[in-house]
Design a protein around this ligand. Structure first.
Ligand code: URA
Length: 279
């Protein structure tokens, strides 16, 4: 067998094995056991000596000063990612500029593991802005929020009160984005530090869209906007965030797992519809 054939066969076998695993539901590759890389034995310490002051070059005239001794570079100032995010968000005067600022923001580690930056979808003129948690696998692949199973349910829920993300009419449209623009590995819950870091972008996003009402889908957006958790208690009751009416609702992924809760979600949708109608 030629080497080329061997490589081709290995590639096909590897590809088949990978597709099989994806079909089985694998969406991340991790070790069997967690590995604490901070606990690994330290690399052999290497003694670093500052180089001695350089000799005066032989060609230098007698009495000429010796070149300056080596000085270590000055310590770089510590970066506060929340301050960086606040400044970046403030620079954005349009949604496109905000998207560019988020794409250029390099302090959130989630970005390293994500395929795409998921910014937003829907009509930015809509009266309703829906804030979700973070992209999942489907959203990470497609680059748009709420396109997986939970997103399909969300579209059906809002269609039931006459709202859609594709409507060009502000009255019947919604706009949708997430607290985090990058998928957390294995769809784990976002960490408070990640939420705090990306919050300035969320605030600016909402300012730029200027919706009449915000819907917080689940605990993470509720926490990002109000500093409190407890979606089951908060859902269905109007609150306020960033000077705008806020309606917390249960996340459609929760409704997929607990279909019985759809009844309360329907009540919440009617609460939203009444508010939009000025009732
Ligand atoms: N869940 C979310 O909160 N956001 C998405 O974009 C998808 C699923």
């Amino acid at each position: 067998m030629r080497l080329g054939d061997q490589i081709e066969q290995d590639w096909d076998a590897a590809y088949a094995a990978l597709t099989w695993q994806i079909d089985c539901g694998v969406d991340d590759f991790i070790l069997d056991e967690p590995l604490d890389r901070f606990a690994l034995p330290e690399a052999r310490a290497v003694e670093v000596r500052a180089p001695a002051a350089p000799e005066r070059p032989a060609s230098a005239p007698p009495g000429a000063p010796r070149p300056a001794a080596y000085a270590p570079p000055p310590e770089r100032p510590k970066i506060d990612p929340v301050v960086e995010a606040t400044q970046a968000a403030a620079r954005a005067k349009t949604l496109e500029a905000l998207r560019a600022e988020i794409e250029a923001f390099s302090h959130c580690e989630l970005k390293q593991g994500a395929r795409t930056t998921v910014f937003a979808d829907g009509n930015p003129k809509a009266r309703v802005l829906i804030l979700g948690e973070a992209p999942g696998r489907d959203e990470d692949q497609e680059g748009r929020p709420f396109v997986g199973r939970a997103g399909q349910l969300l579209d059906l829920m809002f269609a039931a009160i006459g709202l859609s993300r594709t409507s060009v009419d502000a009255e019947t449209a919604f706009y949708i984005t997430n607290v985090l623009p990058w998928r957390p590995p294995g769809n784990r819950d976002p960490e408070p530090g990640e939420i705090a870091m990306m919050r300035p972008f969320v605030e600016r996003h909402i300012e730029l869209v200027a919706p009449d009402v915000i819907v917080a889908m689940g605990n993470t957006p509720l926490f990002a906007l109000t500093g409190t958790r407890g979606i089951m208690r908060a859902r269905g009751t109007w609150a306020e965030a960033l000077g705008r009416p806020l309606l917390p609702m249960t996340h459609p992924a929760y409704l997929l797992r607990n279909p019985i809760a759809k009844r309360e979600a329907w009540d919440d949708l009617l609460t939203l519809r009444d508010r939009l109608r000025g009732a």
